[in-house]
Design a protein around this ligand. Structure first.
Ligand SMILES: [Zn+2]
Length: 352
C-alpha cells in the first residue's frame, strides 16, 4: 500500500513536471545556443578547407569583411591618375598555358582566362583598366595567340578588378560581352565609377545559358551574393587530350550588407543558396577543377609555376570532385557563421 501511494506520488510528480515543462516550452522557446552553432559551422568550414582552400577560409571566415557594396559614383584613382595605379611588380605575372585549350592571362592577384576554341577565344574576366593591355593582350601574344580572335568576354561581376578591360576589348576587337542583368544595370547607373570600363550593354546571362564557340561551350549560372549579378561557370577543358570539367566560382568575398540583421540575414541566405547551386552544378558535370578570379581562392599564381615541373604527375589544378565540393562547403560554412552571428544579434536586440 505504502509503495502504491509512493508510485502514485511519483507519477503525479512526473505528470506535473511534464505539464510544467510543456507550458514553459510553449511560452518561452528553449534558448538557442548560438555560440555552439557558430563553433560547429566554423569547424565545418575549417575541415572542408583543409590545406587547399586556406585563402578562401581566411577571406570568408577570418578576415574583416567589407560590409557593403560601393554605392558611390566616384572615379577610381587609377582612371583619373594612371600613375597612381599599383606598381607593376605588385601585379605582373607571366601568362601560362594551363590546359591544352585554357590559358592564364591574369596577374599575381587577379585572374583572366582564355578558353581557345576552333573558332576563336572566349575570355573570362578582364582585370583592371591599367593592366589588361599588358596582361591580356600582351599575354595572349606571348603565348602565340591573337587577341583579335577574342569573340566573347564573360564578366563574372562588375567590379573594377574584373570588368576593367571589357570596354577596351569590345571597342578594339568587337568582342561580345556577357554579364548578369543587375551588374549591367550597375554599369549604367554609375558612369563615373565605370569610366573607361563601361562596355555597351550586350548579352544578358540567364541561368543555364550556354555560350558556344566552335568546339567549346561554357554554361553560365546565376550565383548572386558577392554582387547581385555574379555569374559562375561550368565548362570542359582538355588536359593532354583528356577531357576534364571545371567549376568557375565568380565571386567569393562577402561584399554586401552583412553587418546588420536586416538585410544581412537575407543576403547571407542568397549567398548560401548560390554556393549550393554551384556545388550541385559542379557535381552534375563531374567538375574536378576549381577556378576563380583571384589567386587567393584557387592558388592560380602558384599553381601556374608548378605546371612546368609536373612531368608525368597529376595536373596541379586537378583536385578531384570531392575537393571541388569542399570549396563550396567553405563558402557555405563561413557564410553560415556570419549569418548565425546576425541571428544572435537580432535575438539579443529583441530581448532587450
Ligand atoms: Zn568583386
Amino acid at each position: 500500500m505504502k509503495s502504491h501511494v509512493a508510485h502514485v506520488g511519483i507519477a503525479l510528480a512526473i505528470v506535473a513536471t511534464f505539464a510544467a515543462t510543456s507550458v514553459f516550452a510553449q511560452q518561452i522557446p528553449a534558448a538557442r545556443d548560438f555560440d555552439a552553432e557558430i563553433r560547429t559551422a566554423l569547424q565545418s568550414a575549417k575541415t572542408a578547407a583543409g590545406f587547399e582552400f586556406l585563402g578562401t577560409l581566411a577571406r570568408t571566415c577570418l578576415l574583416p569583411q567589407s560590409g557593403g557594396e560601393d554605392t558611390t559614383d566616384n572615379l577610381p584613382g587609377y582612371v583619373t591618375n594612371p600613375a597612381s595605379a599599383p606598381a607593376r611588380e605588385t601585379w605582373y605575372a607571366e601568362p601560362a598555358r594551363v590546359f591544352d585549350n585554357l590559358s592564364f592571362v591574369g596577374g599575381k592577384i587577379h585572374s583572366a582566362w582564355a578558353l581557345t576554341t576552333s573558332q576563336g577565344i572566349i575570355l573570362i574576366d578582364t582585370i583592371f583598366p591599367y593592366n589588361s593591355e599588358e596582361l591580356i593582350v600582351g599575354g595572349l601574344q606571348k603565348l602565340g595567340l591573337d587577341p583579335k580572335n577574342i569573340k566573347y568576354v564573360l564578366i563574372s561581376h562588375a567590379h573594377g578588378d574584373h570588368i576593367g578591360g571589357a570596354e577596351m576589348l569590345q571597342t578594339r576587337y568587337g568582342a561580345r560581352i556577357v554579364m548578369g542583368a543587375p551588374d549591367w544595370d550597375a554599369v549604367a547607373k554609375f558612369p563615373n565609377r565605370y569610366k573607361t570600363m563601361a562596355p555597351k550593354r550586350d548579352i544578358v546571362a540567364t541561368d543555364g545559358m550556354k555560350i558556344t564557340l566552335g568546339d567549346a561551350t561554357v554554361t553560365m549560372w546565376l550565383t548572386p551574393g558577392h554582387t547581385p549579378g555574379t555569374l559562375s561557370y561550368t565548362f570542359p577543358v582538355l588536359d593532354r587530350g583528356r577531357r576534364i570539367n571545371v567549376a568557375y566560382s565568380g565571386g567569393t568575398a562577402f561584399n554586401f550588407v552583412n553587418n546588420t540583421p536586416d538585410p544581412g540575414i537575407k543576403n547571407f541566405q542568397i549567398y548560401i543558396e548560390s554556393a549550393r547551386h554551384m556545388a550541385a552544378r559542379a557535381a552534375e558535370t563531374g567538375a574536378t577543377v576549381l577556378l576563380s578570379n583571384h589567386s587567393e581562392f584557387d592558388n592560380a599564381f602558384n599553381k601556374n609555376r608548378m605546371i612546368a615541373g609536373r612531368g608525368n604527375g597529376p595536373h596541379p589544378y586537378e583536385l578531384g570532385a570531392d575537393w571541388v565540393q569542399r570549396y563550396f562547403q567553405v563558402m557555405q560554412g563561413c557564410a553560415r557563421v556570419a549569418q548565425l552571428g546576425l541571428e544572435q544579434k537580432r535575438v539579443a536586440a529583441a530581448r532587450r
